[in-house]
Design a protein around this ligand. Sequence first.
Ligand code: BTN
Length: 245
Amino acid sequence: LGCETHFFETVESTQTEIHALARAGAPEGTVVIADEQVKGKGRLGRSWHSPPGSGIWMSVLLRPKLELQRCPQLTLVAAVAIVETIREQTGLPLMIKWPNDLLLNGKKVCGILTELRAESDCVDYIALGIGINVSSASFPSELADIATSLSIEQQGQAPLRTPLIKRLLEKLEELYFLYVEQGFSAIKPRWEAHALMLGKPITARRVNSATLQGIAIGIDEQGALLLRMEDGRTEHIYSADIDMG
Ligand code: BTN
């Protein structure tokens, strides 16, 4: 991954750039990195705060030969790669909040946005977007209570972005090929080792579907969150916002 890397000072969103490159036939592993995004995209149509020089705003193009329903697992593969890289480089105890948030001390430090393009029943490509708050010293008031950066959590010391990106791409490549060759079972224990809410009560707010409360007991082979309900049934959650408690 990253053999073909495009750097930009300012873009609307690295996802928009990677989609354009993908449609023009760019190879798997193409990476777009920007110093600033003026329309950074989050999950569920939200925006992603991406001021200049303060984070890693990056999109990676993947062209896996996978069945469509397995693709959500790539978010979990990326989460493991990011957690392991940042823990290794900084010692900070990042945790994964299913499906795509990485937290430090209960605040979000990184988000993952996995966008899929498919033709009939086949994956054309996946745009894997990764946003890591590296050196932001503060956040706008609406984010102040829920977001943090590596530098805030290290008393003002921020790791350098370039070595972090390099190591992250190496780790992502290692785990991506492990996953493609051996399946999700090779990744699952590493995901579970850093999962924040296993064994804890959670509320899953689903889009266009009822909100569910239960105990998070694990993930299934597709990457869906398993929720043990009060009546003993197990629900498989494919997409939701999760509140702890
Ligand atoms: C989320 O937590 O909602 C996902 C956030 C993903 C943000 C990254 S930053 C790089 C890439 N480009 C974007 O516009 N979004 C993703």
